[in-house]
Design a binder for this molecule. Structure first.
Ligand SMILES: *[C@@H]1O[C@H](CO)[C@@H](O)[C@H](O)[C@H]1NC(C)=O
Ligand SMILES: *[C@@H]1O[C@H](CO)[C@@H](O)[C@H](O)[C@H]1NC(C)=O
Length: 185
């Protein structure tokens, strides 16, 4: 009995010792003393997807042999450097670029995988970027995609973007998409 108690006691003691010496998480001081989370920023801009022009800003770089016969262009991959403006006209003030890749990844519903850096070039957020990654079912009225990080003012950023097609020219294929982006940073 005494030896059983001793075994239990040492097992408990051992467990306590391990717990104290091998903590798997610690609280550290913020590495940037000037950084004051959390601020919520709302960004509103228009995204110009120009596929037909002398200098398109959205180009298809790959298709699978079956992409053309797919109703959803499944397998298509495009590289993008689209202009972001304050207003819906492309001549309106440019505030940044949407640089990234999209791919058609849904065989039943037209939907894109979006992997984008929103690169801001005007005002308070000039030089900062926000990383947007998510699913964009382009036929839906409002599409929501996560903001998964950022640089500069958007360090530690997280949030979401809502995209709404403003105009789509069925002849040229060019589109203007209204974005509302909310970022905690
Ligand atoms: C698919 O369509 C594109 C654009 O019309 C064309 O350039 C390409 O050759 C086609 N690919 C196949 C495999 O038919
Ligand atoms: C749609 O695109 C065509 C071809 O580029 C162009 O001629 C036409 O003016 C555009 N329509 C609108 C409403 O912008």
């Amino acid at each position: 009995m005494a030896s059983l108690l001793l075994t239990l006691f040492s097992a408990l003691f051992f467990a306590v010792t391990i717990t104290e010496s091998e903590a798997y998480s610690t609280t550290v001081k913020a590495p940037y003393p000037g950084h004051k989370p959390e601020k919520l920023t709302h960004l509103h801009f228009y995204f110009h997807d120009v596929v037909s022009a002398k200098k398109p800003t959205s180009v298809v770089v790959a298709r699978s042999p079956t992409t053309n016969s797919s109703a959803t262009a499944f397998g298509m991959v495009a590289v993008v450097d689209d202009i972001l403006t304050v207003g819906p006209e492309i001549t309106s003030e440019e505030v940044g670029r949407a640089q990234g890749i999209f791919a058609s990844t849904d065989q039943n519903k037209f939907s894109l995988l979006m992997a984008f850096n929103l690169v801001f070039t005007k005002g308070e957020f000039s030089g900062s970027t926000a990383s947007m990654y998510g699913r964009n079912p382009i036929m839906s009225k409002v599409r929501e995609m996560p903001i998964i990080g950022g640089t500069g003012a958007f360090r530690f950023g997280r949030g979401y973007a809502q995209a709404k097609t403003f105009t789509f020219n069925t002849t040229s294929g060019n589109a203007v998409v209204e974005y509302n982006v909310y970022i905690w940073h």
